[in-house]
Design a protein around this ligand. Sequence first.
Ligand code: GLN
Length: 234
Amino acid sequence: MAKYHLQLAHFYGDLMNTYGDIGNITALKYYAKQMDTDIHAEVISMGDDFAADKFDLSLFGGGQDYEQMVISKDIQDKKEQMIEYIEDNKPFLAICGGYQLLGHYYIGADGERIPGIGALDHYTLSQDHHRFIGNIVIENQKLGKLHGFENHNGRTFLGKSEKPLGIVLSGHGNNGEDKTEGAIYKSTYCSYFHGPILTRNGEIAKEMLLMALHNKYPEEDFSQQAALEIKPTF
Ligand code: GLN
């Protein structure tokens, strides 16, 4: 039995799972185990309630424009609690389509406007008959080089309150123009990286887990957990 327990909300896990983004949960569980922690994941999907105070970690994977359009209506009912969760500095990982839906809107490949929840200050435009596809490497100031695979129509532009997850060394990133990739706001990490991102970049999993543990168990000393060594997997 692990000493610590974390609850994870898997937003629309039945609809948004491009390139096995669910593997991010496997990676979180793998590293959590080494931190004497277990994780219980729950899918929060269409029509489900989401209560921010019940969860310590969140994941929202990527998907197709069609699913995003369907979700964009349902997610408005969860908007308030999702914003509360994010503002409380709880770790959230949003990939590709999930990343786009945390922002203001995404103009889909057919020109349709897909509203997000505006929890983060970015917006996403489309590109004509083109997608950004391929391997990508970025540099994050604290974590170093991060590796992934991107496949998106959307071109995302960050707001003032967000920082990029990293600067593009090779590949396209947020929009193919400004060399940014992904976004960080409080403990919310957004990225276009599939792979899944946490299996290839365990340092991000470690950051998320440490923050979740500190939030849930503020009196505990997690220096041992913080010393966990992440070995590169690529
Ligand atoms: N449908 C979105 C786009 O094409 C997101 C894609 C994804 O999640 N992989 O930009």
